[in-house]
Design a binder for this molecule. Structure first.
Ligand code: ZN
Length: 381
């Protein structure tokens, strides 16, 4: 029997161990992918550890021992007997979004709205789906449904494509906002991992004016340098004792209005990291023009002090968004292949599978969204 190396969590709060396990056989509608790179999301450290003093909710977590790894890319080595249009040898990104396939939402093509939505290699709402697809990208081979595959153009590297989870999260949100020619967009948290992806996509999608907030002035300047004629940045600084003074909100709003002929922005995408206060999202909402729309893909967990009357009288829309469809993944791959989506600004930090614990622990040291953390499962040295 063929075997492979996989990094597995045997107990939450303890490091992953390298184990030798059988290479899985793809079912009829599945494929087997030899993983060449897998992105690491910063939140993974919190998910697999007792970092915040409490174990993860067991109902939402895969059965142990578990293989994590959310953003795998690689080469197809085998296909099931019902897989027809994709063949061994093709380079792919595996969209980890799994759904039940037969509920009303799945049958109507809205797979992200499946009540059993589950991330392969991460966590989710269905133990049954996690047992059916137990292989995350921190293993040398994974099985996945053929419907999950995004074909990669030859000029898109495995390392860059391992970032597609973040790009896709931003992209699905920005499609909901209608980002395109003539559109102005404020990216709240533009220099972070999600925010930088949003900025690169906004450039690719033809947004005319891209405004961004952030806390690190040097990183903000690097983002602005991507397209100085279209990107403007606003550095937020902490008020003493936490929170933000009202005058700070008004200076952000005046700046956004000045950049948009006095109207305010057409759209706002919130990309704030975990731990950001509600006030940081609220002030960005106030940069919207009358009739403007916001989509939240950030991680603000505080309750928003949101005035429903203000929403109504100003015709403001606010929506949440999670992840992206395989079709949206194909669109991004096409943009990257054509060069309109510029992935060359990412600085890959690649670790062998044998260093996966150190790689996860070392993610605090990064140049905002410019650093791309990747594990290479072909290396177990
Ligand atoms: Zn379903």
């Amino acid at each position: 029997m063929a075997t492979m190396i996989a990094a597995r969590v045997h107990k939450y709060g303890e490091p992953m161990q390298l184990d030798r396990i059988p290479v899985p056989e793809p079912r009829s509608t599945d494929v087997l992918v030899e993983v060449k790179a897998c992105g690491i999301v910063p939140n993974l450290a919190r998910v697999v550890s007792n970092f915040f003093g409490s174990a993860p909710d067991p109902k939402a977590m895969p059965p142990l021992p578990a293989i994590f790894g959310l953003d795998p890319t690689g080469v197809i080595t085998k296909v099931g007997d019902q897989v027809r249009a994709i063949r061994p040898g093709e380079r792919v990104y595996v969209n980890p979004a799994r759904s039940c396939g037969s509920c009303r939402m799945c049958r109507s093509g809205q797979v992200l709205d499946c009540p059993n939505f589950t991330f392969q290699g991460y966590f989710g709402r269905s133990q049954e789906i996690m047992r059916a697809y137990p292989y995350g990208g921190f293993a040398q081979f994974i099985t996945a449904p053929a419907t999950a595959l995004v074909r990669l153009p030859d000029n898109v590297s495995f390392e860059a494509a391992a970032r597609l989870g973040y790009f896709g999260t931003a992209y699905a949100a920005m499609k909901k906002l209608g980002v395109g020619p003539g559109h102005s967009l404020l990216i709240n948290g533009i220099s972070g991992t999600l925010g930088l992806c949003a900025a690169l996509l906004a450039l690719a999608m033809g947004a005319t004016k891209i405004l961004g907030t952030g806390r690190n002035a040097a990183l903000l300047e690097r983002v602005k340098a991507l397209a100085p004629e279209r990107i403007d940045v606003f550095a937020m600084t902490d008020a003493p004792g936490g929170g933000q003074p009202d005058s700070f909100v008004s200076s952000l709003v005046s700046w956004a209005k000045a950049a948009t002929d006095g109207y305010g922005v057409d759209g706002m995408i919130d990309c704030l990291p975990p731990g950001a206060p509600a006030s940081a999202m609220m002030r960005a909402l106030h940069t919207l023009r009358r009739g403007g729309r916001a989509v939240n893909v950030g991680a603000v967990m505080e309750v928003l002090p949101l005035n429903a009357f203000w929403l109504m009288t100003n015709r403001i829309g606010l929506q949440g968004s999670v992840w992206f469809t395989t079709g949206e993944g194909e669109e991004m791959a096409a943009m990257a292949g054509a060069g309109t989506l510029n992935l060359s600004v990412l600085k890959h930090r690649v670790s062998p599978l044998s260093q996966v614990n150190e790689a996860i622990a070392g993610m605090g040291d990064r140049d905002g969204g410019f650093t791309n953390f990747v594990v290479d499962p072909t290396r177990v040295d």
